[in-house]
Ligand binder design. Structure first.
Ligand code: COS
Length: 382
C-alpha cells in the first residue's frame, strides 16, 4: 500500500538530508579508500533503506515502485557507490524471492535482507554469458534432495559481502536455451562456493564486484525459486524492475551534476564575466536540464504503470536506455563546463564522469535495451 503523502515527503526529505549532510562530504574518502565506512552502512540500515522494496510484513518499508524511484532520485545525488551498498538487497538480489519465493523462503531471508543484516547478490552473468544471458553454462544437476552446482559467475555486485545468492543455473543440460534455466536462492556459506577478489574498476570505488565460483556445490532442493525451467523468466522480471531503479539513480546523478555545473558557472569568471552569462554555457545547462527532466518523467510514468499492475518490460527498457545515455551526456557537459577543473580530481566531476559509465552497461547494455524495446514494439503490432 502506498504511503500517505506526509509520510512520503518525510521519507524523501530525510533521505535528501542524509545524502547532503552525511554522504556528500564522504565521497572523496570513499573513492580513495574503495570502501564505504561501517558507520554509513549502519546509518543506511537505521533509515530502513535496505528494505525499501521488501514488503512490510517481512520487515521492509514496502514502498511502491513510484515511492522507490522518488527515493532513488535523492540517493542518486551522491556517489553511486553508496547506493550500491543497498542496491542488491533492494533490487536484483532480493526480488526473485519477493516475487517468486515460497513463504518459508521469504520468512527465512526477507527480514534479514530488509534490515541489512544479510546481503543478497544476483548471479546471472558468466565469463561467456553477458548480454546473451540465456546461453549461461553453470549447471545444477538434481541428485536426490540436492542440486549439484558447477560453474563461474562474473562481475557479481556485493558478492564479497553476500550471505545469499539469487543464482541462475541450467537444470536441463539437454535444453541449451532459456527454458533449461532455473533460479535458486542459495546461502553463500555452502561448501563448494568460492568468492574471487574484488575487480579493479573504472569508477564507483567503494562498490565491489567479484567472481563467484561453484564447484560441486550441493544446494538443497528447497532453494529452488519457483519451478524448474522458470529461471530465465524470473531473472528477466527481476531485471525489468531493476532497470527502473537504475534509471532513477541516473536521474539523481544527472541532477547533482547539473547543480554542480551551474554553481561553478556562476562562480567562474572569464573574459570579464561569469561564464554562466555565456549562451554557449547556458545551452549545455539547458540541454542537460531538459534531458534529465525528460528522464525523470519517463521513470515516474513507468513506475506508476508498474504499480497499476501493467507489464513495463518495454517502458523500463526505454527508461534505462534513455536515462543511462542521458547521464553520460550530462556528465560529459559537466566536465566541459568545469574546463580544466573538470579534469582534475579535486572537483569530483571527473569521478562522476567515470562512475556513470557503467549505467549504460549493467542490468542490460543500451544495445540490449534497444533490442527489448524494438521486440516489444513489433510484437504489439504483429
Ligand atoms: N518478462 C517475462 N518473460 C520474459 C521477459 C520479461 N521481461 N523477457 C523474456 N521473457 C521470456 C520470453 O517470453 C521467452 O519465453 P518463451 O520462450 O516462453 O516465449 C523467454 O523468456 C526467452 O526470451 P527471449 O527469447 O526474448 O530471450 P533471448 O535469449 O532472445 O534474450 C535478452 C533476451 C537479450 C533481452 C536477454 O537475454 C537480456 O535481457 N540480456 C541482458 C541480460 C542482462 O541484463 N544482464 C545484466 C546482468 S545483471 S547486472
Amino acid at each position: 500500500m502506498a504511503l500517505d503523502l506526509e509520510t512520503r515527503e518525510q521519507l524523501i526529505s530525510s533521505v535528501r538530508r542524509f545524502v547532503s549532510e552525511r554522504l556528500v562530504p564522504l565521497e572523496d574518502k570513499v573513492a580513495r579508500d574503495d570502501l564505504v565506512p561501517d558507520d554509513v552502512v549502519r546509518d543506511l540500515r537505521e533509515l530502513g533503506l535496505f528494505g525499501m522494496s521488501i514488503p512490510a510484513e517481512y520487515g521492509g518499508l514496502g514502498l511502491t515502485m513510484e515511492e522507490e524511484v522518488l527515493v532513488c532520485f535523492e540517493l542518486g545525488q551522491t556517489s553511486p557507490a553508496f547506493r550500491s551498498v543497498i542496491g542488491t538487497n533492494v533490487g536484483i538480489g532480493s526480488q526473485g524471492v519477493v516475487m517468486f519465493g515460497r513463504d518459508d523462503q521469504k520468512r527465512e531471508w526477507l527480514p534479514k535482507l530488509a534490515s541489512g543484516e544479510a546481503i543478497a547478490s544476483f548471479c546471472l552473468t558468466e565469463p561467456g554469458a553477458g548480454s546473451d544471458a540465456a546461453s549461461l553454462r553453470t549447471t545444477a544437476i538434481r541428485q536426490g534432495d540436492h542440486y549439484v552446482v558447477n560453474g563461474t559467475k562474473r562481475y557479481i555486485t556485493n558478492a564479497n559481502k553476500a550471505s545469499v545468492f539469487t543464482l541462475m543455473a541450467r537444470t536441463d543440460p539437454g535444453n541449451k536455451g532459456a527454458g533449461g534455466i532455473s533460479a535458486f536462492f542459495v546461502p553463500s556459506n555452502l561448501k563448494g562456493i568460492t568468492i574471487g577478489k574484488p575487480e579493479r574498476k573504472m569508477g564507483q570505488q567503494g562498490a565491489h564486484i567479484c567472481d563467484v565460483v561453484f564447484e560441486d556445490c550441493r544446494v538443497p532442493a528447497s532453494c529452488l525459486l519457483g519451478t524448474e525451467g522458470q529461471g530465465f523468466r524470473i531473472s528477466m522480471q527481476v531485471l525489468d524492475r531493476g532497470r527502473l531503479h537504475i534509471s532513477a539513480v541516473c536521474v539523481g546523478v544527472a541532477e547533482r551534476l547539473i547543480h554542480d555545473a551551474a554553481k561553478y558557472a556562476l562562480e567562474r569568471e572569464q573574459f570579464g564575466q561569469k561564464i554562466a552569462e555565456f549562451q554557449l554555457i547556458q545551452a549545455m545547462l539547458a540541454d542537460s536540464k531538459t534531458e534529465s527532466y525528460a528522464a525523470r518523467c519517463m521513470v515516474l510514468d513507468a513506475a506508476r504503470k508498474r504499480d497499476a499492475g501493467e507489464s513495463v518490460t518495454m517502458e523500463a527498457a526505454c527508461a534505462k536506455y534513455f536515462a543511462s545515455e542521458m547521464v553520460g551526456r550530462v556528465a560529459d557537459r559537466a566536465v566541459q563546463i568545469h574546463g580544466g577543473a573538470g579534469y582534475v580530481s579535486d572537483y569530483g566531476v571527473e569521478r562522476f564522469y567515470r562512475d556513470v559509465r557503467i549505467f549504460r552497461i549493467y542490468e542490460g547494455t543500451s544495445q540490449v535495451q534497444q533490442l527489448v524495446i524494438a521486440r516489444n514494439l513489433l510484437k504489439s503490432l504483429g
